[in-house]
Design a protein around this ligand. Structure first.
Ligand code: FE2
Length: 289
């Protein structure tokens, strides 16, 4: 900051310029933004060239956005802001299942499937089984909950990333829990995958020697009348990058073992060859306030 500029006075003047904002929340946000942004600029003291570089970076981040790509969400993800917002708006009781980020691949409607269906019929690899129960924090089962599921395949690709290889809907399902709140489906265990690196966010990761990978996971979005919507993942225990998710979305409570089941009768019950890997995941919803 140049010596003849009173930074505090400038900050106060800008804050004052918002004093007539009739929307109180908007005034609060702009006051905080101005105060923190000015403090950040004072702290960093950018050269003119650095400031122009920052403007260019943000401009190109916006220009990289399309109908099927959201580079700004990706920037928010890799800076940990998406996870921070998710945490601030998440479940308030420790008994309820933790939430985590939505991620950029919930972009098409999942096909309605029956309990027990294979949700990744076009994906190569051995079938696994995922099962669990949707229940309230007091233990009451929640029947007929809508369970939206989406995942990558065994090579780490979502259907929408490979339109020439996978049909839209492969690796996706919209299920309904049964009368006891239970659900189960067959699928493949997804692989870890990189977030897109061919844009400005990729440049940021490269410049900071950060890897772009997310550990293997399956997304869930669960809704039921009278309960708060839950957006979460289960992470597959033992996956690469489980301790260094590029978007900081791993919570210990969401890491689940996919155990090797040797019981032939269980395999028959689920319609998979024996042995198979089985992930069990109860989802606990918080009542709507
Ligand atoms: Fe994902």
């Amino acid at each position: 900051m140049a010596e003849n500029v009173d930074g505090d006075a400038l900050t106060s003047e800008v804050v004052r310029s918002f004093s007539s904002t009739s929307d109180e929340r908007l005034r609060q946000i702009l006051t905080s933004l101005t105060t923190h942004l000015h403090a950040f600029v004072v702290d960093v003291a950018p050269s003119i060239e650095e400031w122009e570089q920052a403007v260019d970076f943000l401009s190109r981040t916006g220009q990289a956005c399309t109908d099927v790509r959201q580079e700004f969400i990706l920037l928010s993800d890799v800076l940990g802001v998406s996870m921070l917002v998710e945490t601030l708006n998440g479940q308030e009781t420790p008994e309820a299942t933790d939430s985590t980020v939505l991620g950029p691949f919930h972009m098409v409607e999942s096909p309605a499937r029956e309990l027990g269906d294979d949700i990744s019929p076009e994906s190569e690899g051995p079938r696994c089984v995922v099962s669990g129960r949707i229940r309230a924090v007091d233990g009451t089962p929640i029947p007929n909950a809508a369970i939206d599921i989406w995942q990558a395949d065994t090579k780490g690709f979502y259907d929408v990333q490979q339109p020439a290889i996978q049909s839209v809907g492969n690796g996706r399902a919209l299920l309904r829990s049964d009368a006891e709140g239970r659900f189960h489906f067959r699928s493949v265990i997804p692989m870890h995958y990189p977030i897109p690196t061919d844009g400005p966010v990729g440049e940021l990761l490269k410049a900071t020697s950060r890897h772009p990978y997310r550990p293997a996971h399956i997304h869930f979005l669960v809704t039921a009348p009278g309960f708060r919507e839950l957006t979460t993942h289960i992470f597959i225990a033992g996956s690469d990058y489980i301790d260094s998710d590029a978007v900081f979305a791993v919570k210990g409570s969401l890491v689940k073992d996919f155990v090797q089941e040797q019981d032939g009768q269980e395999a028959e019950r689920y319609g998979v060859p024996s042995p198979f890997r089985h992930g069990h995941f109860d989802i606990v919803l918080h009542p709507e306030s």
